[in-house]
Write a protein that binds this ligand. Structure first.
Ligand SMILES: [Zn+2]
Ligand SMILES: [Zn+2]
Ligand SMILES: [Zn+2]
Ligand SMILES: [Zn+2]
Ligand SMILES: [Zn+2]
Length: 282
């Protein structure tokens, strides 16, 4: 992914633009590497965002994955966590303490779940808007809105040539560009809770992956924060630890972070972080 992006710099001669997604803010800058995904902090309003999707910056995930991860996290916190521990405790009495802990923590989780519900509703509205008004730039894969004019677009500019959204600065034909495909609402059943009989049930082990709370090797479902560069919890710690994380972010007036559920071990990809370079526009 990273290598491909680095090569595209040499083929594209046009400068791209990055615009602060905060509607009240007018910060715009030229970017040397507009097809790369990097973290931007707006020097005017302080807003932190992803250079490609304008959302909260996310680590170890592509922009395309974020909506589904967000949806899954909401389903997990809202209903699936309870179902999961119920199923586990039914299979194996050792998990009963975990289920009891879940029941005790239910009330303190309500506020977080309410915030997640709000966020999820915003996400669905955003997905609908994008599927109706946006297409994908074939060069940088940005979700681009057509702001009027003919079908020949320059990614990041409207038809008068003004910079109104972030873009890579390369031309494409709107009528041939791929439409934005929104996430499907597949309901909470997507978290696999079907466990085998106690005898044959093997707990998945995520080799060499350590939980940041209990420092044990992660077993069962692994939880990674996608807005922190490195934060992982095991399934036994995640309820308390993700709640604590959520409270910390709220205290700092930051948006809640989203955790990715990883049921099976994955190969770690260590991409080289792209170097950000900006020039202020006159
Ligand atoms: Zn700004
Ligand atoms: Zn992004
Ligand atoms: Zn583009
Ligand atoms: Zn743990
Ligand atoms: Zn985080």
């Amino acid at each position: 992914y990273q290598i491909q992006k680095t090569f595209s710099i040499y083929t594209g001669a046009t400068q791209g633009v990055i615009k602060c997604p905060n509607q009240q803010c007018h910060w715009v800058a030229e970017a040397k590497n507009p097809t790369d995904r990097f973290q931007v902090q707006c020097p005017l309003c302080g807003y932190e965002f992803c250079s490609l999707c304008n959302q909260q910056y996310h680590f170890r995930t592509t922009c395309q994955e974020v909506p589904e991860i967000t949806q899954r996290w909401f389903f997990w916190c809202n209903t699936e966590r309870g179902n999961y521990w119920q199923a586990r405790a039914q299979q194996d009495a050792n998990f009963r303490a975990q289920l009891e802990d879940y029941e005790r923590q239910k009330v303190v989780n309500e506020r977080r779940n309410e915030e997640l519900r709000q966020r999820y509703n915003d996400l669905l509205a955003d997905e609908t808007f994008k599927s109706q008004n946006c297409r994908i730039c074939p060069h940088c894969r940005r979700v681009v809105q057509h702001l009027g004019g003919c079908n020949s677009m320059i990614c990041g500019q409207n038809y008068h040539g003004g910079d109104v959204q972030s873009g890579c600065g390369r031309p494409f034909d709107w009528s041939k560009a791929a439409p934005y495909v929104p996430i499907a609402n597949r309901g909470p059943q997507q978290v696999k809770t079907k466990l085998k009989a106690p005898g044959e049930q093997k707990l998945v082990v995520h080799k060499d992956v350590q939980c940041d709370t209990c420092h044990n090797e992660v077993q069962g479902i692994r939880f990674d924060c996608i807005q922190c560069s490195s934060l992982t919890f095991c399934e036994k710690c995640e309820q308390r630890s993700t709640l604590e994380h959520s409270n910390q972010n709220r205290d700092q007036q930051k948006q809640q972070h989203v955790f990715r559920l990883i049921p099976a071990p994955i190969e770690e990809k260590r991409g080289i972080r792209s170097i950000l370079s900006f020039f202020f526009r006159k």
